[in-house]
Design a protein around this ligand. Structure first.
Ligand code: ADE
Ligand code: ZN
Length: 325
């Protein structure tokens, strides 16, 4: 007999790409609405394409399907669907990634993306009982000058966009390339996070901390290969937003039983569990928590720690953190 599914605890989701919440059904509907030809003619063949060998092989499909997002309403519908699902999985606060360059580079204006998302986020509190903000990510496999130009363009949305991040293909694109973009973001009063140590080496985590001044590291699982880095992350209590189902789907780890989450918790790191691109990797936040808990034998006390870490690691004002803790 399998053990009962533990209840979802109130949690903050800190590593979630809004484009990665595009479920195949919505992709097909938006393709029809916007007359975009998808490379996969029907839902069944599209579903079969959701199988990946690494991060770049996933990103090919992720960017391809993002092309169905064209109008403000498409972004509103996408965010509304995510917020509904997230609330049902215990999420009370979400700091959501968006990839502006994935849209502006194909002619969709920044205001279409951000105003469309803002429409759903504005009502998230009353409709879903959760607060939501955005973190605009720079695509690290594009020219850093584009990232530098994006920073001042975010100004009209500073109520909504609270920070910048760094994502897309990691290996070969070290954090140091984005030193200037992050300095500009800091001058604007924006929070700073970056993907590092997902597929890239521990040196990329160090680069994110030292060259970019990040307050939080996204993934960071390869940090465990460097004991001195682990000691620093523990001492400074740098939050790491870990995404177990993503790491298995993109083969950063062979399976959940081999996931370093327990080792990271045992090492005293401020780790949180998140869903990354849930439409592609098989589950939303609580699905990740349940699956990794089963595989690693995490109990109720460890799940409480993970939920508590999520609010501590968030960019909520201190009084709001306390309300959730
Ligand atoms: N963009 C969307 N998901 C990502 C991930 N897991 N790593 C890097 N870039 C991404
Ligand atoms: Zn990610």
């Amino acid at each position: 007999m399998s053990s009962p599914v533990p209840a979802a605890l109130p949690t903050a989701e800190l590593h979630l790409h809004i484009e990665g919440t595009l479920e195949p059904e919505l992709a097909v509907e938006l393709a029809r609405r916007n007359r975009v030809r998808l490379p996969h003619p029907d839902l069944a063949s599209l579903r079969r394409a959701y199988s990946f060998s690494d991060l770049p092989s996933f990103l090919d499909l992720y960017y391809e399907l993002s092309e169905v997002l064209q109008q403000p309403q498409d972004f509103t519908d996408l965010a509304e669907a995510y917020l509904t699902r997230a609330a049902a999985q215990g999420v009370r606060h979400a700091e959501v990634f968006v990839d502006p360059q994935a849209h502006t580079s194909r002619g969709v204006p920044l205001e279409v993306v951000l105003d469309g998302l803002a429409e759903a986020f504005r009502t998230a509190e009353e409709r879903h009982g959760l607060s939501a903000r955005l973190i605009a990510c720079f695509l690290r496999d594009r020219d850093p000058a584009e990232a530098e130009a994006l920073v001042p363009r975010l100004r009209p949305w500073h109520d909504l966009v609270i920070g910048v991040g760094l994502d897309s293909a990691e290996v070969g694109f070290p954090p140091e390339l984005f030193r200037r973009a992050y300095a500009l973001a800091a001058d604007e009063g924006l929070h700073r996070v970056a993907h590092a140590g997902e597929e890239g080496p521990p040196g990329y985590v160090l680069g994110a901390l030292d060259a970019l001044g990040v307050e939080r590291v996204d993934h960071g699982i390869r940090s465990i290969e460097d004991p001195a880095l682990v000691a620093r992350l523990r001492e400074e209590q740098v939050p790491l937003t870990v995404c177990p189902l993503s790491n298995v789907a993109l083969r950063a780890v062979p399976d959940l039983a081999a996931h370093p989450l327990r080792a990271m918790l045992d090492d005293g790191l401020l780790v949180t569990v998140n869903s990354d691109d849930p439409a592609y990797f098989g589950g939303y936040l609580h699905d990740n928590t349940v699956a990794v808990s089963r595989a690693l034998g995490l109990g109720a006390a460890e799940r409480r720690s993970l939920a508590e870490h999520s609010f501590r690691a968030s960019f909520l004002p201190e009084a709001d953190k306390q309300r959730h803790l």
